[in-house]
Design a protein around this ligand. Structure first.
Ligand SMILES: [Zn+2]
Length: 505
């Protein structure tokens, strides 16, 4: 019946959700090596190990499309904030900043501090070599940061690139894509990315499109100018033919709440014209990034997540710090920098509306290097399952799982991921739909979720952590939509192998 007659693992009696949107069904899931080998009644099959999943959901592992864990694979390789919420794949290198390439001497950018302490790598090849040497705990797909490209090439990254500098960035991007990056990201709200004009972005996006890669964008403005900022990034996608993802889409500050009706309609128009567009959100009404003193008087609630000169202020509100120091909030913010902050300026109802859009995925945007991080780091995916599905019934469990599995696998071109089917990679999460919930809060942001029972990456258990479990993650490359994987890609090769076990269905 099987290529090998004994399975390594049978997950028995659970409700299987395929990740493709199909209704759950009672079935056993058999794993052989790193693949799903059988789905069905496996009562008579032999297995090295059996796991009782009666009453539980068995689903594809979640894909976090928006991570900043680039350097954490080196610094904190256990990645418990991912595995404990069922995440088996993360896309890193978002918001214009990535683990490579390193800046020219003297060049730097505040947002790079979000990534960690490890020196950046010379190029993506060196970064991937290090990841392979470290063995990633979960699967990782990497974007190259636009800010990194500017800092690595431009003598003065606050300017528009010269023709030579533009060429050099495009060559560096091509090298990164050929090394295995799935695309590039922009952080147009930060410097030096914010100095980029449309021509620069389109030049880079054309290179990405020619490589079948995509681009993601932390757009230029998520407040008063959000509509124009969405339009800008859609134009880059339209004019270059490069698939586009709008990162952590939101409309900040009460006077802008409701503008997502217009931005989502604009996205729908672009999609109708054939532009490949998707977006992601994290399921919280507060955002988090570096502390920006200009925001101090505009946004009422700002909470400090880290501060280099004042580490003792992590977790405190800016208004409390300013009161204690006897100064205004802008002055306090200036004294705290370099620092990070959480900004409470979003409308939960709007976050939920954006989430329900058919091409909206989930990205944690977690910042694991923060002393007092935003709780999205530990709780985004379980929060969707607990609050958005079970409590608010915004959509069915099957539809929510699809948003966190097959949809991102399709958008990022991750072949054989994001679905439970025979021959697919055995990235699997077992959870209790009645109890799954986030526990991380604004006050206690590093509490692990409840209800996640077991997580497998490429057939091996990563949660609960095992002392001798090893680190089974892989570096993932992109197979563009509708395209064929290059012959060198193991995923495509194995899925096409005729002897792939498929007899038990
Ligand atoms: Zn961002």
């Amino acid at each position: 019946m099987m290529r090998q007659d004994k399975l390594d693992l049978i997950i028995e009696g659970g409700w299987v959700i395929d990740g493709l949107g199909g209704a759950r069904r009672r079935a056993d899931v058999g794993v052989a090596g790193d693949r799903v080998a059988a789905i069905g009644d496996l009562a008579d099959a032999e297995a090295v190990r059996r796991v009782d999943a009666r009453g539980k959901i068995v689903a594809p592992g979640f894909i976090d499309v928006h991570g900043h864990d680039d350097l954490m694979f080196v610094e904190k390789p256990g990645l418990e904030w991912k595995t404990s919420q069922g995440i088996t794949t993360v896309v890193v290198g978002n918001c214009g900043v990535s683990g490579a390439p390193a800046p020219l001497p003297g060049n730097t950018a505040a947002a790079l501090a979000l990534l960690g302490e490890t020196p950046l790598f010379a190029d993506m090849q060196a970064y991937f070599d290090e990841l392979r040497a470290q063995q990633p705990m979960i699967n990782v797909a990497a974007l190259v940061g636009h800010a990194n490209l500017r800092l690595a090439v431009m003598a003065d990254p606050t300017l528009t690139p010269t023709a030579d500098e533009q060429q050099a960035m495009q060559r560096m991007l091509a090298d990164a894509l050929e090394a295995g990056a799935v695309g590039f990201s922009t952080g147009l709200a930060y410097q030096p990315g914010g100095a980029a004009q449309q021509a620069e972005l389109e030049g880079l996006a054309q290179v990405a499109a020619a490589h079948g890669a995509l681009h993601t964008s932390h757009i230029r403005n998520e407040g008063d100018e959000v509509e124009a900022a969405v339009d800008e990034v859609l134009s880059v996608g339209r004019n270059s033919g490069c698939a586009t993802v709008l990162s952590h889409h939101k409309c900040m500050m009460p006077r802008n709440w409701g503008k997502s009706r217009a931005t989502l309609a604009n996205i729908d128009r672009a999609r109708a014209q054939g532009v490949e567009v998707a977006l992601d959100i994290y399921p919280y009404p507060g955002s988090s990034t570096i502390l920006i003193p200009e925001r101090a008087e505009i946004i009422d609630d700002i909470r400090i997540t880290w501060s280099t000169p004042h580490p003792e202020c992590s977790g405190e509100y800016l208004s409390d710090i300013a009161a204690r120091w006897g100064c205004d909030k802008t002055t306090a913010a200036q004294r705290l920098c370099p620092a990070g902050a959480i900004y409470f300026a979003m409308d939960e109802a709007e976050v939920r509306r954006i989430f329900q859009h058919e091409c909206c995925m989930v990205g944690s945007d977690g910042l694991p290097n923060d002393a007092h991080p935003h709780p999205r780091l530990w709780g985004s995916f379980t929060r969707v399952l607990g609050r958005y599905v079970r409590e608010a019934e915004l959509l069915t469990l099957e539809a929510a799982v699809a948003k966190m599995t097959s949809l991102p696998a399709r958008v990022f071109g991750l072949a054989g991921r994001g679905q439970l089917s025979v021959g697919a990679w055995a990235d699997i999460v077992v959870f209790d739909a009645d109890t799954v919930a986030d526990r991380a809060t604004w006050e206690a942001p590093t509490l692990a979720s409840t209800g996640i029972e077991q997580v497998l990456v490429n057939g091996r258990q990563v949660f609960p952590p095992q002392a001798d479990g090893g680190r089974p993650g892989q570096i993932l490359h992109r197979t563009p939509q509708g395209g064929k994987a290059p012959a060198s890609q193991a995923a495509a090769r194995t899925l096409a192998t005729p002897e792939a076990p498929d007899s038990i269905q």
